[in-house]
Write a protein that binds this ligand. Structure first.
Ligand code: SAH
Length: 262
Protein backbone atom coordinates (compact mmCIF):
# COMPACT_ATOMS: atom_id res chain seq x y z
CA UNK A 1 0.00 0.00 0.00
CA UNK A 2 1.25 3.46 -0.88
CA UNK A 3 -0.02 6.75 0.49
CA UNK A 4 -1.69 9.65 -1.26
CA UNK A 5 0.12 12.86 -2.18
CA UNK A 6 -1.96 16.04 -1.87
CA UNK A 7 -0.74 19.02 -3.87
CA UNK A 8 -2.15 21.85 -1.80
CA UNK A 9 -2.41 25.54 -2.57
CA UNK A 10 -1.35 27.56 0.47
CA UNK A 11 -2.71 30.83 -0.93
CA UNK A 12 -0.82 34.05 -1.63
CA UNK A 13 0.69 34.75 1.78
CA UNK A 14 -1.72 35.52 4.61
CA UNK A 15 -2.23 32.25 6.49
CA UNK A 16 -6.01 32.68 6.85
CA UNK A 17 -6.47 32.58 3.08
CA UNK A 18 -6.44 28.79 3.11
CA UNK A 19 -9.29 26.41 2.29
CA UNK A 20 -10.83 24.29 5.06
CA UNK A 21 -9.91 21.20 3.06
CA UNK A 22 -6.25 22.25 3.03
CA UNK A 23 -6.27 22.96 6.77
CA UNK A 24 -7.81 19.56 7.51
CA UNK A 25 -5.25 17.71 5.37
CA UNK A 26 -2.36 19.63 6.94
CA UNK A 27 -3.54 18.63 10.41
CA UNK A 28 -3.54 14.97 9.39
CA UNK A 29 -0.34 15.05 7.32
CA UNK A 30 2.56 12.71 8.06
CA UNK A 31 5.07 14.72 6.05
CA UNK A 32 4.95 18.12 4.33
CA UNK A 33 7.20 19.29 1.48
CA UNK A 34 6.77 23.03 1.23
CA UNK A 35 7.82 26.04 -0.84
CA UNK A 36 9.90 28.84 0.65
CA UNK A 37 7.00 31.31 0.37
CA UNK A 38 4.62 29.39 2.64
CA UNK A 39 3.77 31.30 5.85
CA UNK A 40 5.06 29.73 9.12
CA UNK A 41 1.52 29.84 10.62
CA UNK A 42 0.27 27.71 7.73
CA UNK A 43 3.04 25.20 8.34
CA UNK A 44 2.23 25.21 12.04
CA UNK A 45 -1.15 23.65 11.20
CA UNK A 46 0.77 20.49 10.31
CA UNK A 47 1.78 20.15 13.96
CA UNK A 48 2.93 16.55 14.02
CA UNK A 49 4.28 16.27 10.51
CA UNK A 50 7.87 16.22 9.41
CA UNK A 51 8.45 19.43 7.40
CA UNK A 52 10.86 19.70 4.51
CA UNK A 53 11.60 22.91 2.64
CA UNK A 54 12.01 22.34 -1.07
CA UNK A 55 11.38 25.94 -1.98
CA UNK A 56 12.35 27.63 -5.17
CA UNK A 57 12.84 31.35 -5.19
CA UNK A 58 13.79 33.23 -8.32
CA UNK A 59 17.54 33.59 -8.59
CA UNK A 60 18.26 31.70 -5.40
CA UNK A 61 19.34 28.17 -4.76
CA UNK A 62 16.54 25.78 -5.59
CA UNK A 63 15.99 22.10 -5.14
CA UNK A 64 15.98 20.50 -8.55
CA UNK A 65 12.49 19.56 -9.64
CA UNK A 66 13.49 16.01 -10.49
CA UNK A 67 14.79 15.56 -6.97
CA UNK A 68 11.51 16.89 -5.51
CA UNK A 69 9.52 14.47 -7.69
CA UNK A 70 11.61 11.57 -6.46
CA UNK A 71 11.24 12.58 -2.82
CA UNK A 72 7.45 12.71 -3.20
CA UNK A 73 7.42 9.19 -4.65
CA UNK A 74 9.68 7.89 -1.86
CA UNK A 75 7.56 9.59 0.82
CA UNK A 76 4.33 8.08 -0.53
CA UNK A 77 5.91 4.63 -0.21
CA UNK A 78 6.52 5.25 3.49
CA UNK A 79 3.62 7.45 4.63
CA UNK A 80 -0.18 7.52 4.27
CA UNK A 81 -0.68 11.23 3.90
CA UNK A 82 1.95 13.25 2.08
CA UNK A 83 1.46 16.97 1.45
CA UNK A 84 3.19 19.03 -1.21
CA UNK A 85 2.37 22.60 -0.15
CA UNK A 86 2.79 25.31 -2.77
CA UNK A 87 2.27 29.07 -2.75
CA UNK A 88 -0.94 30.40 -4.33
CA UNK A 89 -2.63 27.76 -6.46
CA UNK A 90 -0.60 24.65 -7.34
CA UNK A 91 -1.84 24.63 -10.94
CA UNK A 92 -0.48 28.06 -11.88
CA UNK A 93 3.27 28.46 -12.36
CA UNK A 94 3.84 25.74 -9.78
CA UNK A 95 5.37 22.83 -11.73
CA UNK A 96 2.42 20.77 -10.48
CA UNK A 97 2.05 18.81 -13.71
CA UNK A 98 5.54 17.36 -13.43
CA UNK A 99 4.78 16.12 -9.94
CA UNK A 100 1.36 14.73 -10.89
CA UNK A 101 2.81 12.89 -13.88
CA UNK A 102 5.73 11.47 -11.94
CA UNK A 103 3.44 10.23 -9.16
CA UNK A 104 1.05 8.74 -11.68
CA UNK A 105 3.92 6.95 -13.46
CA UNK A 106 4.97 5.47 -10.11
CA UNK A 107 1.40 4.27 -9.46
CA UNK A 108 0.85 6.75 -6.63
CA UNK A 109 -2.46 8.50 -6.10
CA UNK A 110 -2.40 12.29 -6.05
CA UNK A 111 -5.04 14.94 -5.49
CA UNK A 112 -4.94 18.69 -5.93
CA UNK A 113 -6.44 21.15 -3.46
CA UNK A 114 -6.78 24.59 -5.03
CA UNK A 115 -5.54 27.77 -3.42
CA UNK A 116 -5.99 31.48 -4.03
CA UNK A 117 -3.59 32.55 -6.71
CA UNK A 118 -1.59 35.78 -6.28
CA UNK A 119 -3.42 37.57 -9.12
CA UNK A 120 -6.80 37.19 -7.43
CA UNK A 121 -5.46 38.17 -4.02
CA UNK A 122 -3.89 41.34 -5.49
CA UNK A 123 -7.10 42.17 -7.33
CA UNK A 124 -9.09 41.82 -4.09
CA UNK A 125 -6.74 44.08 -2.13
CA UNK A 126 -6.66 46.73 -4.82
CA UNK A 127 -10.45 46.67 -5.02
CA UNK A 128 -10.05 46.36 -8.77
CA UNK A 129 -11.91 43.69 -10.71
CA UNK A 130 -9.67 42.16 -13.37
CA UNK A 131 -12.59 42.00 -15.78
CA UNK A 132 -14.95 44.89 -16.35
CA UNK A 133 -17.80 45.48 -18.76
CA UNK A 134 -16.67 47.53 -21.70
CA UNK A 135 -13.04 47.63 -20.55
CA UNK A 136 -11.59 44.13 -20.27
CA UNK A 137 -13.26 40.85 -21.13
CA UNK A 138 -10.28 38.64 -20.64
CA UNK A 139 -7.36 38.20 -18.31
CA UNK A 140 -3.96 36.92 -19.30
CA UNK A 141 -1.81 35.28 -16.64
CA UNK A 142 1.69 35.06 -18.00
CA UNK A 143 5.39 35.08 -17.16
CA UNK A 144 8.57 36.04 -18.98
CA UNK A 145 10.48 33.51 -16.93
CA UNK A 146 11.73 30.45 -18.78
CA UNK A 147 13.56 27.37 -17.53
CA UNK A 148 17.23 26.89 -18.38
CA UNK A 149 16.30 24.24 -20.93
CA UNK A 150 13.60 26.38 -22.58
CA UNK A 151 13.85 28.89 -25.40
CA UNK A 152 12.36 32.35 -24.84
CA UNK A 153 8.88 32.23 -26.29
CA UNK A 154 6.10 34.62 -27.19
CA UNK A 155 4.95 34.94 -23.60
CA UNK A 156 3.41 38.38 -24.17
CA UNK A 157 1.59 37.55 -27.39
CA UNK A 158 -1.83 37.27 -25.76
CA UNK A 159 -1.62 40.69 -24.12
CA UNK A 160 -3.41 43.56 -25.86
CA UNK A 161 -5.19 46.82 -25.16
CA UNK A 162 -8.54 45.11 -24.48
CA UNK A 163 -7.50 42.79 -21.67
CA UNK A 164 -5.88 42.78 -18.28
CA UNK A 165 -2.44 41.24 -17.97
CA UNK A 166 -1.05 39.82 -14.76
CA UNK A 167 2.64 39.03 -15.03
CA UNK A 168 4.07 36.54 -12.55
CA UNK A 169 7.80 36.40 -11.78
CA UNK A 170 8.29 39.48 -13.91
CA UNK A 171 9.54 42.23 -11.59
CA UNK A 172 13.17 41.56 -12.46
CA UNK A 173 12.39 41.75 -16.16
CA UNK A 174 10.21 44.85 -16.20
CA UNK A 175 12.07 46.40 -19.11
CA UNK A 176 11.30 43.41 -21.24
CA UNK A 177 7.70 43.38 -20.00
CA UNK A 178 7.23 47.04 -20.91
CA UNK A 179 8.78 46.57 -24.33
CA UNK A 180 6.53 43.61 -25.14
CA UNK A 181 3.47 45.51 -23.94
CA UNK A 182 4.21 48.54 -26.04
CA UNK A 183 4.90 46.44 -29.09
CA UNK A 184 1.42 44.93 -28.78
CA UNK A 185 -0.34 48.25 -29.30
CA UNK A 186 -0.78 49.12 -25.64
CA UNK A 187 -0.88 52.86 -24.99
CA UNK A 188 2.08 54.31 -23.09
CA UNK A 189 -0.30 55.81 -20.53
CA UNK A 190 -1.91 52.46 -19.69
CA UNK A 191 -1.87 52.15 -15.91
CA UNK A 192 0.37 49.57 -14.28
CA UNK A 193 0.78 48.52 -10.69
CA UNK A 194 3.49 46.36 -9.20
CA UNK A 195 2.11 44.61 -6.13
CA UNK A 196 4.72 43.16 -3.83
CA UNK A 197 3.93 40.82 -0.92
CA UNK A 198 0.17 40.82 -1.53
CA UNK A 199 -1.87 39.96 1.62
CA UNK A 200 1.16 40.29 3.92
CA UNK A 201 1.96 43.14 6.35
CA UNK A 202 4.95 44.24 4.23
CA UNK A 203 2.73 44.67 1.17
CA UNK A 204 3.72 47.47 -1.23
CA UNK A 205 2.21 49.01 -4.36
CA UNK A 206 4.23 50.85 -6.98
CA UNK A 207 2.09 52.70 -9.50
CA UNK A 208 3.36 53.63 -12.92
CA UNK A 209 2.40 53.38 -16.56
CA UNK A 210 3.40 51.11 -19.41
CA UNK A 211 5.94 53.79 -20.37
CA UNK A 212 7.49 54.22 -16.90
CA UNK A 213 7.44 50.58 -15.85
CA UNK A 214 11.19 49.97 -16.33
CA UNK A 215 12.10 52.87 -14.00
CA UNK A 216 9.42 51.89 -11.49
CA UNK A 217 10.68 48.33 -11.27
CA UNK A 218 14.20 49.57 -10.54
CA UNK A 219 13.02 50.35 -7.01
CA UNK A 220 14.15 47.31 -5.16
CA UNK A 221 11.53 44.64 -5.06
CA UNK A 222 12.56 42.02 -2.53
CA UNK A 223 9.45 39.95 -2.03
CA UNK A 224 7.30 38.14 -4.56
CA UNK A 225 5.68 40.65 -6.90
CA UNK A 226 3.15 40.80 -9.69
CA UNK A 227 2.88 43.33 -12.47
CA UNK A 228 -0.73 44.15 -13.38
CA UNK A 229 -1.33 46.08 -16.58
CA UNK A 230 -4.59 47.31 -18.01
CA UNK A 231 -7.29 49.92 -18.23
CA UNK A 232 -9.26 48.31 -15.38
CA UNK A 233 -6.72 50.09 -13.15
CA UNK A 234 -7.67 53.57 -14.40
CA UNK A 235 -9.69 54.72 -11.41
CA UNK A 236 -7.44 53.09 -8.82
CA UNK A 237 -4.42 54.75 -10.47
CA UNK A 238 -6.13 58.10 -10.31
CA UNK A 239 -7.05 57.63 -6.65
CA UNK A 240 -3.55 56.46 -5.71
CA UNK A 241 -1.99 59.53 -7.30
CA UNK A 242 -4.37 61.88 -5.54
CA UNK A 243 -4.18 60.27 -2.13
CA UNK A 244 -1.83 61.91 0.35
CA UNK A 245 1.13 59.59 0.09
CA UNK A 246 3.45 59.03 3.04
CA UNK A 247 6.48 61.33 2.87
CA UNK A 248 8.91 58.77 1.64
CA UNK A 249 6.61 57.92 -1.23
CA UNK A 250 6.08 61.45 -2.47
CA UNK A 251 8.90 61.51 -5.00
CA UNK A 252 7.85 58.27 -6.45
CA UNK A 253 4.23 59.34 -6.79
CA UNK A 254 5.20 62.65 -8.36
CA UNK A 255 7.56 61.01 -10.79
CA UNK A 256 4.99 58.54 -12.04
CA UNK A 257 2.15 60.97 -11.56
CA UNK A 258 3.73 63.36 -14.01
CA UNK A 259 4.25 60.71 -16.60
CA UNK A 260 0.71 59.49 -16.10
CA UNK A 261 -0.82 62.90 -16.72
CA UNK A 262 1.54 63.89 -19.49
N1 SAH B 1 1.42 29.22 -7.72
C1 SAH B 1 1.60 30.61 -7.35
C2 SAH B 1 2.61 31.29 -8.26
C3 SAH B 1 4.00 30.74 -8.13
S1 SAH B 1 5.19 31.61 -9.10
C4 SAH B 1 0.25 31.33 -7.39
O1 SAH B 1 -0.73 30.74 -7.83
O2 SAH B 1 0.17 32.47 -6.94
C5 SAH B 1 5.78 32.80 -7.94
C6 SAH B 1 5.32 34.19 -8.35
O3 SAH B 1 3.97 34.39 -7.91
C7 SAH B 1 6.09 35.33 -7.76
O4 SAH B 1 7.27 35.60 -8.48
C8 SAH B 1 5.09 36.46 -7.90
O5 SAH B 1 5.04 36.92 -9.23
C9 SAH B 1 3.78 35.74 -7.59
N2 SAH B 1 3.40 35.85 -6.17
C10 SAH B 1 3.29 34.85 -5.27
N3 SAH B 1 2.89 35.32 -4.07
C11 SAH B 1 2.75 36.65 -4.20
C12 SAH B 1 2.37 37.71 -3.33
N4 SAH B 1 2.05 37.49 -2.04
N5 SAH B 1 2.35 38.98 -3.82
C13 SAH B 1 2.65 39.23 -5.11
N6 SAH B 1 3.02 38.28 -5.99
C14 SAH B 1 3.07 37.01 -5.55
Amino acid sequence: MTGTVYLIGAGPGAPDLLTLRAADLLRRADIVFHDALVHPDTLALAGGAEKIAVGKRCGRHSTAQRFINKRLVDAARKHDLVVRLKGGDPMLFGRAQEEIDELSAAGIRSEVVPGITAALAASAELGVSLTRRGVARSVVLTTPRVGTDEAANDWAAGIHAGNTAVVYMGAGKAGEVAEQRLSNGVARATPVVIVENATLPERREIWCTAATLPQAARQSVEGPALIIIGRVLDKAQHDALHAEPPDEQTDRFLEYGNSWFR
